[in-house]
Design a protein around this ligand. Structure first.
Ligand code: SF4
Length: 251
């Protein structure tokens, strides 16, 4: 399944993104596409099986087991999608890892570490949170977004050429929406943790945040325009996943 738009939307007719579960935030509980999403439905089935087997579906073991199954299902679905489009999946798995790929992964890891450090500091200091007017911030959500950003940067990194640009059909259909997702989630994180309200100390977080934003800029510049327009149309049609379309407040 891809997110090809209906034929009556001519300006988007030649552009496609990979299936939405490849560029969502996995917050299925608020995602408009969950009733038809294979990843969500598989996860729910696994959850019901855990309950039927007398296990706690919310235990750490069960959650990790479902994550593992979801990852495996996602890879299989992406492979099927590639085959449907005449792309040899082995050309993806066998892609050479360039220095640009490792550099981006390292930056994403540094960003995640700095963000988790900041979250831990804030968690230990509720008074500081209150003084910054951030008592209501959901720190688990902040951490989750950090993991998501780092993971998505890793995915985008796997598509980079030696010159550090996205190249190839899979990069176009899957790398592009994932870049739009990273941009969206970074902006949401800035709303959850406004940098102007943070104490001066999280220099490591601010530096890492700047690094990933600087790195994102040229990658985004190469895909925005047509991709943004395509995403906007998907959002208008309610065909984009969370966080672009959510059950409670739209896009
Ligand atoms: S967030 Fe939406 S698209 Fe992503 S896995 Fe969940 S239901 Fe599927």
């Amino acid at each position: 399944m891809t997110t090809r738009l209906p034929d009556e939307v001519p300006e988007a007719a030649t552009l496609e993104f990979s299936a939405p579960h490849n560029w969502c935030d996995r917050r299925c509980e608020r995602c408009l596409l969950s009733p038809e999403c294979a990843v969500f439905l598989l996860s729910e089935r696994a959850r019901r099986q855990e309950i039927a087997a007398g296990r706690d579906p919310d235990s750490v073991e069960s959650i990790w087991s479902r994550v593992e199954q979801q990852l495996s299902a996602t890879v299989q679905m992406l492979e099927v999608e590639c085959r449907d489009r005449g792309i040899d999946p082995s050309t993806i798995e066998g892609r050479e890892r360039h220095a640009s790929c490792e550099e981006l992964e390292d930056q994403a890891s540094e960003y995640l570490i700095a963000l988790l450090d900041l979250v831990e500091t804030l968690r230990r200091n509720p008074r500081a949170l209150a003084s910054m007017n951030l008592s209501d911030v959901d720190l688990d959500e902040v951490s989750g977004y950090g993991y998501l950003i780092a993971g998505k940067f890793g995915r985008v990194a796997s598509y980079l050429t030696e010159e550090g640009i996205l190249d190839g059909e899979v990069a176009a259909i899957d790398g592009a929406p994932n870049l739009l997702l990273i941009r969206r989630v970074l902006n949401e994180l800035d709303e959850l943790l406004p940098v102007q309200r943070l104490p001066r100390r999280p220099a490591a977080y601010l530096a890492a945040r700047e690094d990933v934003r600087r790195r994102l800029e040229p990658l985004l510049a190469a895909v925005t325009g047509a991709c943004d327009a395509h995403l906007e149309q998907l959002v208008r049609l309610g065909r984009a996943p969370s966080p672009f379309c959510v059950a409670t407040c739209g896009s």
